[in-house]
Write a protein that binds this ligand. Structure first.
Ligand code: PAF
Length: 288
């Protein structure tokens, strides 16, 4: 382990020793799980956690269970020293850095399997993904035992999946979503943006523009099927491939009928630029 200035724990017992006194002092503990390669979006979650809690723990663990064979597990950016500096500046109180052996010892066998908001959208292209995310997040929740946990709205389906898991499995944890942070041209911040070539980077912001126009069309009362088809055509013109462009119920991700919007709605998309997959989403203002 590299020499880090910020308090950190690499084992469950070291983590629990650090947290025990906070709990004895009745301090409220916030938790921000991450896979590292931190950007301002992650740091804004730490700030949100600081605003709601007395102490904040951030974890960095690149979770092999949420990557399929052939995905970017090996190349996923690992930038621990820079991450620790950013977390120190954001006044994070503790970094938890579990190893693969701690999270998944040789005889490890459990997995959480999900339906509900985990079905469709991301699961079409990445069927392994949410079971892997839920499994690691459930383990991290049991290890840290926070009062509140913070997830970015950038991964909107993931946020709903975690909320549902917390409800289904009775975790005594409040889950809060943090707003998506964007680059100046509108591209949602993501650790995977580092994979984009200069040319791909200049095209990537189009995704936000397409979703913004899609949301505006729905807000203006355009029929859903027509607005969706237009957004998909724009996405096909702007990107190398389109996994989905959809408008869904914002709380369940259920499909919506093609009438006037009556439920809170979210537009979501996943597209590909070269070998990089970009996902993004935007809220749609519906009449209250
Ligand atoms: O969003 C992420 O970075 C990951 O999916 C998470 C929640 C840290 C689980 O590995």
């Amino acid at each position: 382990m590299q020499n880090l200035q910020i308090p950190h724990a690499t084992t469950i017992s070291a983590l629990r020793t650090r947290i025990r006194t906070w709990r004895e002092d009745k301090l409220r503990i916030g938790f921000v799980p991450t896979m590292g390669a931190l950007h301002e979006g992650h740091i804004s979650l730490v700030r949100l956690a600081k605003a709601h809690c007395d102490r904040v723990v951030a974890s960095i663990f690149v979770n092999p269970k949420q990557f399929a064979a052939g995905e970017d597990l090996d190349t996923y950016p690992r930038t621990l020293i820079a991450d620790a500096e950013k977390l120190t500046d954001a006044q994070c109180d503790l970094i938890y850095l579990p190893t693969n052996e701690i999270m998944y010892p040789q005889d490890y066998s459990a997995s959480i399997s999900l339906k509900g908001p985990a079905l469709g959208l991301e699961s079409e292209a990445r069927p392994h993904f949410f079971d892997g995310v839920a499994t690691v997040v459930a383990k991290l929740f049991n290890q840290v035992r926070p009062d509140m946990a913070f997830f970015g709205e950038k991964d909107y389906q993931q946020l709903l999946v975690i909320r549902q898991m917390v409800k289904d499995l009775d975790f005594p944890i409040d889950v809060l979503g943090g707003e998506t942070l964007r680059e100046k041209d509108g591209l949602a911040m993501s650790s995977r943006n580092a994979y984009l070539s200069a040319d791909e980077r200049s095209r990537a912001a189009r995704l936000n523009a397409i979703l913004t126009d899609f949301a505006a069309a729905l807000e203006a009362g355009r029929p859903l099927a027509e607005a969706r088809a237009e957004a998909e055509t724009a996405a096909r013109a702007g990107f190398d491939a389109v996994d989905y462009v959809e408008a869904r119920c914002a709380t369940t991700l259920a499909k919506l009928p093609d009438g006037p919007l009556e439920t809170p709605t979210r537009v979501l998309a996943a597209v590909r630029l070269g070998s990089t997959r970009l996902i993004d989403n935007r809220p749609v203002k519906t009449p209250s």
